[in-house]
Design a protein around this ligand. Structure first.
Ligand SMILES: C[S@@+](CC[C@H](N)C(=O)[O-])C[C@H]1O[C@@H](n2cnc3c(N)ncnc32)[C@H](O)[C@@H]1O
Length: 402
């Protein structure tokens, strides 16, 4: 068994045992030093190959440690940052294994690091920032491929970034869930269709609220595959067409208790056709309860001006309001029972968390400060009990199938 010792970043203890030396010298390659925050962790591998495979599979990025001029070790260590499912680990490799002797035990202390490295090691958002950067680069490459003629949908480009946003601030949208639950007032056995389901933020909640079938409709295969994981395969997936007719045609007439949607109806090309399909699949007495950005509000303007210009894929929308909803449902067996703008807020534990969330959510290749400045000017946020509370008003409405 080879040992990879871990220590805290500022008090790094490197202990080499005979098995490790044998490996290092034998392959004339690298010796890994694991550093971890906030406390240490030991990783065991059966072989160097196993360790290398693990590192390659888990690698999040790289960094350089500057040990300073006094220490007789290589001045710069190049390292890898890995996420092992629960925490970030920092592996540095020395390219001169001959410096080590069997049984060596060296205390590498004090540990002088370049400012950049300190930032990296001390920063709780390190891994996230790195993955965000990688995904933004990937998204830009996809946008370029699309510009050269390849058909790639916006939400396939943004899928991973969207997932990262949910990861950095998983409880930011708690208000959305609570308000939707309140509007739906489910009995617990409904068959529910989640339209524009995305990565399953609501689908998962619906599954916990009903024993009935939950059907997720979205045009993005990428998002549906994330949703499938998020919902542990328990939702039925339907790939949407731009007007949703094709997707919903497999759902029988009058067979669904609830159609719901959050933040996605503005993307539907032919909203009238979508309304016709909703009216067709709902049982009499069934509800179509949804929320979206309301036309002619500060939030809609924010999307049309800032998001449209700065999101890597751009952003186009057909916003809804009460007049538009009535027009879309005219002559259909849908009765508008309630409509109002709910003053939702999204909550973050810091400005950085908020900026990173939006960089992922809206695929912004902008500095964190630019994102914060825009949100402050366009939407406004307050700080309460160390939480950032951002205004995110949405129009909620409920139609009942007559
Ligand atoms: C802002 S996301 C909302 C996702 C999810 N409801 C949530 O609250 O997290 C908008 C979603 O609308 C989907 N979408 C785009 N065009 C659509 C269409 N024509 N029909 C249904 N969904 C569509 C996108 O793929 C994306 O997943």
């Amino acid at each position: 068994m080879f040992r990879y010792e871990a220590g805290s970043c500022l008090n790094t203890t490197y202990i080499s045992g005979a098995p490790m030396i044998r490996v290092t010298v034998g392959i004339q390659k690298h010796l890994y030093l694991g550093l971890d925050l906030p406390d240490s962790e030991e990783l065991m591998f059966d072989s160097v190959e196993a360790a290398d495979t693990w590192l390659a599979a888990n690698s999040e990025g790289s960094f350089t440690i500057d040990l300073g001029p006094k220490y007789p070790w290589p001045k710069h260590w190049h390292g890898t940052i890995v996420y092992n499912g629960s925490r970030y680990l920092f592996f540095a490799c020395i390219n001169r294994p001959s410096l080590l002797q069997p049984g060596d035990s060296k205390i590498v202390k004090p540990f002088s690091m370049s400012l950049e490295t300190k930032d990296i090691l001390m920063n709780e958002f390190l891994g996230y920032r790195h993955r965000l950067k990688q995904q933004l680069r990937h998204a830009k490459a996809l946008v370029a491929r699309r510009e050269s003629g390849q058909a790639i949908q916006d939400f396939d480009i943004r899928g991973e970034l969207y997932g990262l946003a949910c990861e950095i601030a998983p409880s930011a949208r708690h208000d959305d869930l609570v308000t939707m639950r309140h509007w739906l007032s489910l009995r617990g056995n409904e068959r529910i269709v989640d339209l524009a389901a995305g990565t399953g933020f609501f689908t998962k909640d619906f599954l916990s609220q009903t024993t009935g079938e939950v059907i997720a409709v979205d045009p993005s295969e990428m998002q549906l595959s994330v949703l499938n994981k998020v919902c542990a395969g328990r939702a039925r997936l339907l790939a949407a067409s731009p007007d949703n007719r094709q997707a919903m045609s497999v759902i029988p007439d009058a067979s669904v208790d609830v159609v719901s949607s959050f933040g996605g109806l503005h993307h539907v090309d032919d909203q009238r056709t979508m309304f016709e399909e909703v009216a067709r699949i709902l049982k009499p007495g069934g509800q179509f309860t949804a929320a979206d950005v309301c036309a002619n509000t500060t939030l809609a303007r924010h999307f049309d001006e800032f998001v449209a210009a700065k999101c890597l894929t751009g952003h186009t929308a057909q916003w809804l309001d009460e007049a538009k909803l009535r027009e879309l449902a005219s002559s259909l067996p849908l009765k508008l029972e309630r409509v109002e703008v709910a003053p939702l807020t999204w909550k973050f534990s810091s400005l950085t968390e908020m900026a990173l969330f939006f960089k992922g959510l809206h695929a912004y290749d902008l500095s964190e400060q630019e994102v914060i400045d825009d949100l402050q000017t366009a939407l406004g946020f307050t700080t309460e009990n160390d939480q950032i509370i951002l205004n995110w008003p949405m129009v909620f409405f409920r139609f009942v199938r007559t």
